[in-house]
Write a protein that binds this ligand. Structure first.
Ligand code: AMP
Ligand code: GLY
Length: 416
């Protein structure tokens, strides 16, 4: 295989982890990232390009890019993979049609129902009055806007009154615009959450090791939901070998068959968000991309060359994945106030004695005159591997104590 120039699209910790892994490959030529962030600029060339596909495709042609890896969902749902494919540039990421599994919750729920994939019972509404009538006197329900809402379109409600308010905000006040024209109302599931990412192509699928994200802002799962405050892998407490077999039989296989039957072509990674209820897996959501921060805990354990994995899939094969023994824990360091409004522009300090096997993946950082400054809610990911979850935790939190910025906070119970 000859060297290939790569363009990674995105700007978070997930993209930094992808760049870190891609760069270890002898087949990686130049690595470019658009738009990237301060930390990524130390490992790759970053370009703050406008996000329109024409600009990105022309850039890719000028720089002789041989492969594009797309981090976030928005460009995928808007059809970036189709656009690049038409220009003859291969992309790791699904077509616009396949990306509907994340782009529309209604599409995803109907797809699951049709293919008998276990998921919470649901109803679909396009009129607020009908939805409000439905939730009256009901408890433990979840209200979901149909379209993309930057991770904020799901409201888990204990009471009918909370659900009533959520419906009003989404459908009458239109806080998410047209993404909230239709909603799904579903039963709240109680159990343990886990994320299973699966490499998917027309040839079949290969699951990655399961991971566990911690979404609430504060320790013990308290506080508002965030994009994710940390993750660990493999998530064996939620997913035993027995459950893993069930996930494959009851979810991944029918999913692959359903995709084939409907004539949809899926190429890329499919993220399955699960709730394990008394040993039974249910799908909460699909994402059509790598998870953030799950990726930062999964890739450090992958022994394969990631470029080889991509190229093998590109050539119509399915890679045999090999994993390190042990665990990886990834802790997110966030700006005070996150996920609400937060102050940025704070100088980040790193002690000199951070061990060299600690991985630091940047999310919201800027590099100015040799120093890093905060530029977002989630600022850094600190990741470490260990033979046991306990060892990985000790290592990662030892390193976290050597990093600081004004207002910094993080969860102390990732992987506990
Ligand atoms: P989603 O975007 O559908 O994954 O929803 C975001 C988060 O809301 C999930 O990670 C869960 O924590 C929670 N959630 C979604 N659906 C349900 C459900 N049916 N029962 C309980 N929690 C849910
Ligand atoms: N960690 C949740 C997500 O990537 O959507």
């Amino acid at each position: 295989m000859k060297k290939i120039n790569v363009l990674v699209i995105g700007s978070g910790g997930r993209e930094h982890a992808l760049v870190w892994k891609i760069k270890q490959s002898p087949f990686a030529g130049k690595v470019f990232v658009a738009p990237g962030n301060g930390g990524i600029s130390r490992d790759a060339k970053i370009f703050d390009l406008p996000a329109d596909f024409e600009t990105l495709a022309s850039f890719a042609e000028n720089r002789k890019i041989g492969y594009v890896v797309v981090g976030p969902e928005v460009p995928l749902i808007n059809g970036i993979a189709d656009f690049f494919a038409n220009r003859g540039i291969p992309v790791f990421g699904p077509s616009r049609e396949a990306a509907m599994l994340e782009g529309s919750k209604i599409f995803a729920k109907k797809f699951m129902k049709k293919n008998r994939i276990p998921t919470a019972e649901f109803e679909i509404f396009d009129k607020p009055e009908d939805a409000i009538k439905f939730v009256k006197n009901r408890k433990n329900i979840v209200v979901k806007a149909d379209g993309l809402c930057a991770g904020k379109g799901v409201v888990v409600c204990d009471t009918g009154e909370e659900a009533h308010n959520a419906i009003k905000r989404i459908m009458a006040d239109k806080i998410f615009g047209s993404a909230g024209e239709r909603i799904v109302i579903e039963r709240k599931l109680v159990g343990e959450e886990a994320s299973v990412l699966v490499l998917f192509s027309d040839k079949g699928y290969v699951p990655l090791i399961p991971a566990r994200d911690h979404k609430p802002a504060f320790d013990g799962g308290r506080g508002p939901n965030t994009g994710g405050m940390g993750a660990y892998a493999p998530a064996i407490s939620a997913i035993s070998e027995k459950i893993s077999g069930k996930i494959e039989r009851e979810i991944i296989k029918p999913l692959a068959e359903g995709i084939r039957r409907e004539g949809i072509s899926y190429f890329g990674v499919l993220y399955i968000g699960l709730m394990i209820v008394n040993g039974a897996p249910y799908v909460l959501e699909f994402n059509v991309r790598f998870g953030d921060p799950e990726t930062q805990a999964i890739l450090p354990l992958l022994k394969n060359d990631l470029m080889e994995v991509f190229m093998e899939m590109e050539d119509g094969g399915l890679p045999a994945l090999v994993w390190e023994n042990g665990f990886c824990v990834d802790v997110v360091l966030a700006s005070g106030g996150y996920p609400g409004k937060c102050e940025t522009g704070k100088k980040i300090t790193f002690a000199k004695n951070i061990p060299s096997d600690i991985m630091i993946f940047h999310a919201g950082t800027e590099l100015k005159n040799g120093n890093f400054f905060t530029s977002g809610g989630r600022v850094l990911n600190v990741a470490a591997c260990g033979g046991s979850l306990k060892k990985a935790r000790e290592k990662v939190y030892g390193a976290v104590s050597k990093i600081g910025f004004e207002g910094m906070f993080y969860r102390k119970d990732i992987g506990k």
